[in-house]
Design a protein around this ligand. Structure first.
Ligand code: PMV
Length: 318
């Protein structure tokens, strides 16, 4: 009763922020992301009735009680009355780089647990289960460029349709002070959230069109507006969530300057200070060089578009 699975992290182009149902993690608005091929989590799940309690190890350290409880609760959702489990999870991206790992973590955990329990499930069901652990995890189950609106996420384009790259400018490492579960619950306290949600279908539609037609200018305008609308909601919620640091703003200006000079690059920002610079493959070198030259940028991480979550070691092995 064991299996190991691997899932990529993802970066949202149209952001998910706020739930229409917090308990079920059903999103207030549709979102679009792409999987990050080079930033992933590998998780091994071993079900063993002889264990006294669940054991959870993340990046070679025993998980915090809170993280361990979240993992156990997720396994209970996968199968009620399940045997106890040992879960060993590791991220290939630097620990504490401030890059969200919940999407890849819950996608990998879901796929590994279902394989270990010999519960074959279609991709949509795996995505819906992963969603219950972390909303954005629903988008790390299918491959390529992915959309999510209701129970589960689906692929809208294969990785090679438009080989975009994410160049992440790391401005601050370490865990964010307010996690996204808490943040989603605060979204509705901002008077701007209703307007953001009401306009979401328009942005979603424009982003779909930009992807379909590989129109970088259209993509740049809509993803930057979408990220700024989410941060507008965050900054104006009660309490206010202010994730930006001086280095964040320095990157935003640098990206706009580069684009004005003809470089196909645009920014997006998650619930943290780091900036994801989305660009076409031939711009990567220039973008990395520009970020490296900025004060306040500690390092850069680069990733192209990745595939679906997958079992990498089946029940019988490892
Ligand atoms: O899946 P969560 O609860 O970690 O929320 C993710 C929220 C953002 O990363 C800010 C946006 C998104 O759509 O991924």
């Amino acid at each position: 009763m064991k299996a190991t699975a691997r899932a990529c992290s993802n970066i949202a182009l149209i952001k998910y922020w706020g739930n229409r149902n917090d308990a079920l993690r059903l999103p207030a608005n549709p979102s679009i992301s792409f999987n990050l091929a080079d930033l992933f989590t590998a998780t091994r799940v071993v079900f063993d009735p002889a264990l006294q309690e669940d054991e959870v190890v993340i990046d070679e350290q025993p998980a915090s009680p809170e993280a361990a409880r979240r993992v156990s609760a997720h396994l209970d959702l996968v199968q009620a009355n399940r045997p106890r489990a040992q879960v060993i999870s590791s991220n290939n991206f630097p620990m504490g780089a401030g890059i969200a790992s919940s999407a890849s973590a819950f996608a990998a955990l879901t796929v590994a647990a279902c394989a270990a329990l010999r519960l074959p499930k279609p991709e949509a069901e795996l995505s819906a289960l992963a969603r219950r652990g972390s909303g954005s995890a629903s988008r790390s189950v299918p491959g390529g460029i992915v959309a999510w609106r209701d129970a589960s996420a689906w692929t809208i384009a294969a990785p090679d349709h438009w080989p975009l790259v994410d160049v992440i400018g790391v401005v601050a490492a370490g865990h964010k002070k307010v996690g996204s579960t808490e943040g989603h619950a605060l979204a509705g306290t901002s008077p701007l959230q209703a307007a953001r949600v009401a306009d979401a279908e328009r942005r979603f539609g424009l982003c779909l069109r930009a992807i379909e037609t590989r129109d970088f200018g259209l993509l740049a305008d809509v993803i930057e507006q979408d990220a700024l609308m989410m941060h507008g909601v965050m900054m104006t919620s009660d309490p206010s969530l202010m994730y930006w640091l001086p280095g964040t703003l320095a990157i935003l200006h640098a990206v706009r300057e580069m684009r004005a000079a003809g470089v196909p690059v645009a920014f997006t920002i998650d619930a943290g200070p780091n900036v994801h610079c989305i660009c076409e493959a031939d711009a990567v070198r220039d973008v990395v060089a520009a970020l490296d030259a900025l004060q306040g940028v500690q390092s850069t991480l680069v990733s192209g578009i990745g595939g679906p979550a997958q079992v990498i070691l089946p029940q019988s092995a490892g």
